[in-house]
Design a binder for this molecule. Structure first.
Ligand SMILES: N[C@@H](CCC(=O)N[C@@H](CS)C(=O)NCC(=O)O)C(=O)O
Length: 202
């Protein structure tokens, strides 16, 4: 299998899943700044035009980091990143959607619209980026309250929800477009995440 990737939060989600599931793949660097991901060759494999993308040995291509993670989860070793029981699967889905919709998308909206990083291919509205930057930190209280009760976001088992939220927080801090308040339970949980070999590998 080949993973098409670039230094980016969505590729990092897959790097972490690969490490958690003990899977190795060939890695192919894609120049997203230069627009390789929106060129005809890449779009023929992944019409979504984004990284990451996983190409299977039979040529099948999977876009979307969470779809790729689901595939790796089923192939690899260890506990599921998507929950093992009907209830835990629903709880993982609930917290994962909150992490993506309430936090990651706001951080991405702030980054893309304020910095204009991809302004060669999309309209950037700085004022919208500022709105996103204001909304992202407001979402954190809900996650902090949950982490006061449980070890991980969806309960006592590490899941895709932790991967997405941990990666989004690290990305928000590294690009410095969003001001994040320090929250005690999130802090405790992040110390645990950072101690996982998968987080340093990713
Ligand atoms: N929903 C997609 C989002 C992928 C995505 O936005 N990837 C970014 C890097 S983090 C990208 O390829 N950006 C290039 C571009 O927007 O042209 C996923 O989860 O894989």
């Amino acid at each position: 299998m080949k993973l098409y990737e670039a230094p980016s939060p969505n590729a990092r989600r897959v790097h972490i899943a690969l490490a958690e599931k003990g899977i190795e793949v060939e890695r192919i660097a894609v120049d997203i700044r230069g627009g390789e991901n929106i060129g005809a060759d890449y779009l023929a494999k992944n019409p979504g035009g984004r990284v990451p993308m996983l190409e299977l040995d039979d040529g099948t291509c999977l876009g979307e980091s969470v779809a790729i993670t689901r595939y790796l989860d089923a192939l690899g070793e260890g506990p599921s990143l998507f929950g093992d029981t009907p209830l835990s699967q629903a709880q993982v889905e609930m917290w994962h959607r909150r992490a993506e919709l309430n936090f990651l998308l706001e951080v991405a909206g702030a980054f893309r619209n304020i910095t204009g990083f991809f302004k060669d291919r999309e309209t950037c509205v700085e004022a919208w980026g500022v709105v996103c930057a204001e909304k992202a930190p407001k979402a954190l209280a809900m996650f902090d309250e949950q982490l006061a009760k449980t070890e991980f976001l969806a309960g006592n088992q590490f899941s895709i929800a932790d991967i997405t939220m941990g990666v989004a927080l690290d990305f928000a801090r590294s690009v410095k477009v969003v001001e994040l308040p320090e929250m005690p339970n999130i802090k405790r949980w992040q110390v645990g995440l950072n101690a996982r070999p998968s987080f340093s590998a990713g």
